[in-house]
Design a protein around this ligand. Structure first.
Ligand code: CP
Length: 364
């Protein structure tokens, strides 16, 4: 029991005080002894933690290439169980977490449709999730309410069964594990070009409501010299809170509505779809998004060593004809999601050392 309560900062603060903090102030509450215990927002990650996760993801990826390595991985967390509670639709995030759990031998269970749970009888989501903590050792959750995963982490921290909570997408505000896989993809893409530092990253599309962009824009502040371009129709431009965070970090950025001008400049173009599920009155229906699409014809103006990314799902914002170009890395992003999420789960359960030892033996 002593270990459960060890250095648990969320037990030491009242909800009324905690929830008024800004994202950067909340970040340290999700760590224990400087290590991630929950994974709830981008602001909790430091550069050493990010570098550690990327290294670990690469080690897991290489270990999984052999049958012996797969058997080793499957034994690592076979005593643990994971609940995947997805109260919003998902393909990639759900399945990559599910696959990461399988890879590590951790038994996954799921609630993906709350009408099949006792929430339909009026049980609060808070009580439902507290029930999960009776059976499972980690809760991976997606919810339409911004900040809800943080509330659950605070609630569980103040019970006898505090378990790690992972935010797999919350409202319009955060998608931290997507940002982790995006960082891993950028790092792999630029490993022969001195990494992510000093690169020019352009975000394109619905930046006002794209939670992946909001989380990644913040993580990029940990890479000196990065310049960010936010290319969007004026009504869908990035929020002032992100720009204020970039100002505080002294990062360069530019707001634009001219994708054609940005294409030849960028090292990475990060396309996003219009998030019209958040429209309250069809606001985005009247926005001309055609100027924010990446077409086959645009490939000729893209740097030869640049990459095109997308968190997916996509609609019309990237022509399918672009997929075959070696600079299109969005399908690689999907697979990287499994590796980095496996690395994150191992880190939350403090099992990195076993991976490192196996990897050293494998490569020595
Ligand atoms: N990128 C992403 O979050 O995709 P899903 O909604 O399919 O999980």
């Amino acid at each position: 029991m002593a270990k459960l309560y060890r250095d648990n900062p969320l037990r030491k603060i009242a909800w009324e005080d905690f929830h008024t903090l800004d994202a950067a102030e909340k970040g340290p509450f999700f760590l224990r002894e400087g290590r991630p215990y929950h994974a709830l927002n981008a602001q909790q990650f430091t550069r050493p933690i990010l570098d550690g996760l990327c290294n670990l993801a690469t080690q897991v990826r290489r270990i999984a290439k052999t049958r012996g390595g797969v058997l080793f991985l499957q034994d690592l967390l076979c005593e643990k169980r994971a609940m995947l509670y997805f109260a919003q639709p998902s393909t990639r995030t759900f399945l990559s977490f599910y696959a990461a759990c399988q890879l590590l031998g951790l038994n996954p269970a799921e609630v993906r449709d709350t009408t099949t749970s006792s929430e339909i009888k009026g049980e609060s989501p808070e009580d439902s999730i507290r029930t999960f903590s009776s059976f499972f050792d980690i809760i991976i959750m997606r919810h339409p309410a911004g900040g809800f995963a943080e509330r659950i982490a605070w609630l569980l921290s103040n019970t006898d069964r505090p378990v790690p909570v992972v935010n797999a997408g919350s409202g319009k505000d955060q998608h931290p594990t997507q940002a982790l896989l995006d960082i891993y993809t950028l790092q792999r893409s630029f490993e022969k070009r001195e990494g992510i530092e000093r690169k020019k990253i352009a975000f394109v599309g619905d930046l006002a409501r794209g939670r992946t962009v909001r989380s990644l824009a913040w993580l990029l502040t940990l890479y000196p010299g990065v310049k960010q371009y936010f290319v969007a129709p004026p009504s869908l431009q990035i929020g002032p809170d992100i720009l204020a965070a970039l100002d505080r970090a002294g990062m360069a950025y530019e707001l634009s509505s001219d994708l054609q001008a940005v294409i030849p400049e960028a090292d990475a173009i990060y396309m996003t779809r219009i998030q019209d599920e958040w429209d309250t009155a069809h606001e985005s229906r009247d926005v001309d998004t055609n100027r924010f699409h990446f077409r086959v014809a645009d490939l000729a103006r893209l740097r030869p060593d640049a990459v095109i990314m997308h968190p997916l799902p996509r609609r019309r914002e990237i022509e399918p004809g672009v997929d075959g170009d070696p600079r299109a890395v969005y399908w690689r992003q999907v697979r990287n999601g499994m590796w980095i999420r496996a690395a994150l789960i191992l880190t939350l359960f403090e099992r990195e050392r076993e991976i490192e030892r196996y990897y050293q033996d494998l490569t020595s």
